[in-house]
Design a protein. Structure first.
Ligand code: ADP
Ligand code: MG
Length: 344
């Protein structure tokens, strides 16, 4: 997922993104645009903990990539004035690694575990007592003579992030006192975000250009920021450095992003479903194989936006391309409608 140019709309972070993410990331809840419900609830949670001088309850953040989970985790630490230790599910590969992270935390620190659904079972089980009782159980010795000891830990707060809440085990979910789901952003919110980013990057941007970028960013802040950078490049190389509507259109055309924000792979997904599988129902794995893509990439990255915008629907028998998908690709939907699969 590091091929930025090939996948302009993939909301997964690339190296270039990470650099910009740091520059553009809001640092306080006040700067965090949108997600009103989450912001309010989280604000209260933080304020209450602050007043009591206690650690905040463990917080679970879920939602598609690029919507602001990592940003929120950092904001939580910032707002509380505590340190944040960032790691991820796959990075903690054995219980010992977890122990060394946990024993280095101070009271009220944030432990941010990204992709928490990818923790292995042993590590996950070791994390339970840590979250519940602030204790780490160590086994000493082997076999019949083995004894266990409890290591006390600082009273930390675990912030977990996941793109797949459904893959989190029930006991894991239960250990979070607060759980927030992030949704796609509105055009107005994205416009606000892109203007703020332009200001930080000292890029002059027209009102209509900002609106256009917001419309084409599939509800995702990371994407609107990425498109802004491409427009900035284009403006510098081909124009006088100003992001006008014309420049924006040209840059977007070069990236093959259409007027609804669909990129080439989105269209290929829909085309494949329609042309090879008569619009479905067709299984995710079959679509992925036909496109030589990972099923996870399609499911996590592309599908949420296509579903949310009514291009694709999930049925018990597989995915179906909707009438809107046919029309968007300039194809005639079959008589009787392509969505019958939904009724079966
Ligand atoms: N609510 C927001 N307001 C402003 N910018 C945001 C917001 N959420 C995300 N961003 C921008 O999008 C980028 C990606 O967000 P990030 O937190 O890394 O997403 P995630 O962790 O969910 O994949 C951030 O660097 C930030 O610039
Ligand atoms: Mg993240």
């Amino acid at each position: 997922m590091t091929d930025d140019d090939g996948r302009p709309l993939d909301p997964g972070a690339t190296n270039e993104d990470e650099q910009f993410d740091r520059t553009l990331r809001p640092r306080s809840l006040d700067d965090y645009v949108g997600q009103e419900q989450v912001r309010q609830n989280l604000g209260i949670l933080l304020e209450a903990a602050r007043r009591r001088g206690e650690p905040v309850e463990h917080v679970l953040l879920s939602g598609p990539p690029g919507l602001g989970k990592t940003t929120l985790a950092n904001i939580i630490a910032n707002e509380l004035g505590v340190a944040i230790r960032t790691t991820s599910g796959p990075a903690i590969d054995h219980a010992g690694a977890l122990a060394s992270i946990l024993t280095n935390l101070n009271d009220r620190d944030i432990l941010f575990i990204d992709e928490i659904h990818r923790l292995n079972a042993t590590v996950e089980e070791a994390l339970y007592p840590a979250m519940e009782d602030f204790a780490f159980d160590i086994v000493l010795g082997k076999g019949a003579g083995a004894t266990s000891a409890r290591l006390p830990l600082a009273r930390f707060t675990c912030v977990g992030a996941t793109t797949r809440q459904g893959l989190l085990s029930a006991p894991m979910r239960d250990r979070f006192g607060a759980s927030y789901r992030l949704d796609f952003y509105t055009h107005a919110e994205l416009e606000k975000i892109v203007k703020r980013s332009a200001r930080i990057l000292a890029l002059e941007i027209d009102e209509e250009a900002a609106a256009e970028l917001a419309k084409r960013s599939r509800g995702t802040p990371r994407i609107v920021n990425r498109l802004l950078r491409r427009v900035r490049d284009y403006a510098e190389v081909r124009a006088d450095g100003k992001a006008t509507l014309a420049v924006t259109h040209q840059a977007l055309a070069m990236l093959e992003i259409d007027e609804l924000g669909l990129e080439p792979l989105d269209r290929r997904i829909l085309e494949t479903m329609i042309q090879k599988f008569r619009g479905g129902p067709v299984g995710l794995d079959t679509i992925a194989t036909a496109l030589s893509e990972e099923p996870e990439t399609i499911e996590d990255v592309y599908e949420p936006f296509l579903m949310q915008n009514g291009f694709l629907a999930r049925t018990p028998r597989g995915r179906v391309a909707t009438e809107l998908a046919y029309r968007h690709l300039g194809l005639e939907p079959p008589a009787g409608g392509p969505e019958q699969g939904r009724l079966l």
